[in-house]
Ligand binder design. Structure first.
Ligand SMILES: *[C@@H]1O[C@H](CO)[C@@H](O)[C@H](O)[C@H]1NC(C)=O
Ligand SMILES: *[C@@H]1O[C@H](CO)[C@@H](O)[C@H](O)[C@H]1NC(C)=O
Ligand SMILES: *[C@@H]1O[C@H](CO)[C@@H](O)[C@H](O)[C@H]1NC(C)=O
Ligand SMILES: *[C@@H]1O[C@H](CO)[C@@H](O)[C@H](O)[C@H]1NC(C)=O
Length: 273
């Protein structure tokens, strides 16, 4: 009994810190390759969210409260299914109220404070563009959990419904058919641009995504990166080290590494969908 006590206390402590967490480590790092979250110079504006719905965490989001958009969402792909699309969008109550519950919740205030609200998108001519998308969700609950404004950023309508949608679908189909024996990780993010909508919600300049099919030796057997300007031009494909270098430049970070250190540099391949 005495042996188990500290474990129980630790579990209670970590359980209590719930959705907005000081670090993803030991909270929801299972969505990152080898549990390694990207090292980014910490700024108070960045908040780590373990995206929880009805007590279950479905993915992880790094949210930028100064731009009121996420930087990225990290998740795992399981299997291709057709999910229902709910009508309502959630928000993250703990971003604006430390005492709020751990689950994402429907908006019940007009004042967003640190996050974007539905009103910010009204008449903006931009879609609420998913980062972790419905098409890559593996259950209806998971799809529902992607409908939170902390997982969305203003996206050009024709891009969201055009080239980006095609990219999301192609990746899901590819992973479903070609990565069966591996654990399939995806990170999708945006680069903040100069334009704003609503109450200072930044419109991204770019949307990007990358996947890694991780083998039992903790190496990415297959991986690929994609980036598109926030308009309906064709999305660029490149290897993850090239994408991460490009992203470090766009973000003005000294480095940005998600999968690059885990990729196998052995074979030269070109994946065509
Ligand atoms: C947007 O931010 C600027 C600068 O921080 C501020 O002056 C302005 O009032 C904000 N606008 C809205 C609509 O909140
Ligand atoms: C959205 O993208 C389309 C096609 O690339 C472009 O014509 C349009 O100007 C863009 N809209 C906005 C609001 O940027
Ligand atoms: C990076 O720096 C450039 C030049 O100072 C600036 O225009 C750009 O907005 C910055 N990008 C981000 C994401 O802050
Ligand atoms: C990734 O692509 C870049 C640019 O095409 C190339 O120079 C580099 O060798 C590639 N890296 C790997 C690990 O394949």
């Amino acid at each position: 009994m005495t042996f188990f006590l500290p474990v129980v206390v630790l579990w209670l402590l970590s359980g209590a810190s719930a959705k907005v967490v000081t670090t993803f480590e030991n909270q929801c790092d299972e969505f990152f390759v080898n549990k390694k979250t990207p090292i980014i110079i910490p700024t108070p504006a960045f908040q780590n969210i373990c995206q929880m719905l009805n007590g279950v965490v479905y993915y992880a989001t790094l949210y930028d409260t100064s731009n009121k958009i996420p930087l990225y969402s990290a998740y795992k792909f399981e299997v291709l299914i057709k999910c229902e699309r709910p009508n309502a969008w959630y928000i993250e109550p703990q971003l604006d109220d430390n005492n709020a519950g751990a689950d994402m919740a429907l908006q019940c205030t007009k004042d967003g404070g640190k996050q974007a609200l539905n009103d910010d998108y009204v008449n903006s001519h931009y879609d609420k563009g998913h980062l972790a998308p419905v098409y890559q969700a593996s259950s209806n609950q998971c799809a529902k959990a992607t409908f939170t404004l902390t997982n969305a950023a203003p996206q050009n309508k024709s891009f969201n419904r055009g080239q980006w949608r095609v990219t999301e679908k192609n990746i899901a189909n590819y992973l479903n058919n070609n990565c069966k024996p591996y654990t399939k990780y995806i990170v999708t993010g945006v680069v903040p641009g100069k334009k704003k909508i609503g109450k200072n919600v930044t419109v991204p300049s770019h949307f990007w995504t990358e996947y890694c099919c991780l083998d039992n030796n903790n190496k990415c057997q297959f991986s690929q990166g994609y980036i598109g300007v926030n308009k309906n031009d064709p999305v660029q494909q490149m290897n993850v080290s090239a994408l991460e270098k490009l992203l470090a430049n766009l973000y003005n970070f000294t480095s940005f590494q998600l999968f690059a250190s885990s990729t196998k540099p052995t074979r030269k391949r070109k994946i065509r969908f």
